[in-house]
Design a protein around this ligand. Structure first.
Ligand SMILES: *Cc1c(COP(=O)(O)O)cnc(C)c1O
Length: 427
């Protein structure tokens, strides 16, 4: 269900009017619904339980890069989530939010020595290694610390996720992971290194997938590799199928999490029964967008309505630096007026104040609005705030989490002064 709905003609987040949030915290402001986050995480967690997998049989590692606010991480940690990180900074966030590093997996193609040391010192669950040189570096760093690094190899199953080229990651021309045909050789190398402990296999084929067929195809390829490794005496303890399930931005109909997980577990169970006398294997997921995407909106105020012969513009106080997805991927986000007006609507491009023609948030939208009205840019919970920048020396937006009839400030608005505090003029 949606936790953003109209009550008495005013758009609410749960039981709080977005107009009240703008009044109290200003705009632009990201607003998240706690109940939505709980519901989306529970879809994964409860389905795992339904298929007989407790926390040792399955692990949901929320993808921190989709929304890394401490309050979001804290909530997901309380619900039992692990975390998928792509930098040392994200590990520090998880720890600051109370998360357990032993439920952290570390993905990414460019891990530095410092990041490896940090992660090893906190005994993370495992590194998702993406190349042979990374394997050698990790072996060396772990050795110098007198440790063994648990690893899984990110394999590239070469399946077409049929999504936007910028968010497709599982084809052989992508920079991610180890090519499928080279995976066996990489595992043999990994198994021979003294400070590496091979524990799993992972893949992540792309984002905003509406259908689970490519994921099940990737699963089959991963299963094939696990069997080949088994016959060579390399035993894996987990398989990690990545994240990638899409959400509804407009009229997309993504597969239900329960259906996807049901099909996935059925295949895994049949395979384990057939080949390993039912011996279980831990199954892991790395969802991001499907947990936070539709749990958040970006609240913004109309500064000016600008009418020209060719177009009408609603110039708002949020911009591409706050929500980069439209400029970066031509992504479509719904736009809803917070106050429902009975007046006739007009067609507007919703644009920000930044000095770039790419600075638009939505195009050709029918809206009944006046100057000073508030708009909600919908489905902005994932890859919104985490991709925000300070371009044009604009402080990043505030963030608010709504819980029932309470609104909690979970990130203060940045002041321009904060933005150049680390800079210095020449002596
Ligand atoms: C970004 C990312 C995810 C999360 O993807 P979603 O589409 O948001 O679910 C998971 N795993 C890895 C390795 C990623 O880079």
């Amino acid at each position: 269900m949606s936790y953003f709905s109209y009550k008495n003609g005013v758009l609410h987040a749960e039981n709080v009017a977005l107009s009240a949030i703008a009044q109290q915290f200003g705009s632009p402001t990201y607003v998240y619904s706690k109940a939505a986050l709980v519901e989306h995480f529970s879809a994964y967690h409860d389905t795992c339980k339904l298929h007989g997998r407790d926390d040792t049989g399955a692990m949901i590692c929320y993808s921190v890069k989709s929304n890394s606010n401490l309050a979001v991480l804290q909530l997901l940690n309380q619900l039992g989530s692990g975390f998928d990180i792509v930098s040392g900074g994200e590990l520090l966030r998880v720890i600051a939010a109370g998360g357990d590093p032993r439920k952290v997996i570390f993905s990414g193609v460019g891990k530095s020595r410092d990041e490896m040391r940090l992660a090893l010192s906190h005994d993370i669950f495992c590194f998702n290694v993406e190349s042979i040189p990374e394997l050698h570096r990790l072996n060396e760093v772990a050795g110098a610390m007198g440790k063994r690094a648990a690893i899984s190899l990110r394999v590239n199953p070469n399946v077409d996720a049929k999504t936007h080229p910028y968010i497709s990651t599982g084809l052989k021309e992508n920079k991610f992971g180890v090519a499928y045909d080279e995976a066996l050789a990489c595992y043999r190398t990994a198994a021979s290194l003294p400070h590496i402990e091979v524990v799993g296999i992972d893949c992540h084929i792309g984002s905003q997938l509406l259908d689970d067929a490519p994921l099940l195809e990737a699963l089959d390829k991963v299963i094939e590799l696990i069997d080949q490794l088994h016959s060579e005496g390399i035993q894996l303890h987990h398989l990690d199928i990545g994240g990638g399930i899409g959400i509804t931005y407009d009229d997309e109909k993504p597969v239900a999490i329960t259906d996807y997980l049901g099909r996935l577990f059925a295949r895994v169970d049949a395979w384990r029964q057939q080949k390993y006398q039912g011996a279980p294997i831990k199954v892991m997921f790395e969802p991001g967008r499907s947990i936070v995407g539709n749990a958040g909106i970006l609240l913004t105020e109309v500064q000016y309505l600008k009418h020209s012969a060719a177009k009408n513009f609603a110039v708002v106080d949020a911009a591409m630096n706050d929500l980069m997805r439209p400029a970066m991927y031509e992504a479509w986000h719904g736009v809803q007026a917070v106050l429902q007006r009975p007046t006739a609507s007009q067609t507007y491009d919703v644009v920000g104040p930044v000095c770039e023609s790419g600075d638009w948030l939505a195009r050709s939208r029918s809206l009944a609005i006046e100057q000073g009205d508030l708009l909600a840019i919908m489905s902005a919970g994932a890859y919104g705030m985490t991709m925000a920048s300070n371009y044009n020396t604009r402080g990043r937006a505030a963030e608010v989490m709504v819980d029932g009839d309470q609104a909690h400030l979970i990130r203060k608005r940045e002041n321009p002064g904060d933005l150049f505090a680390l800079e210095s003029t020449l002596a």
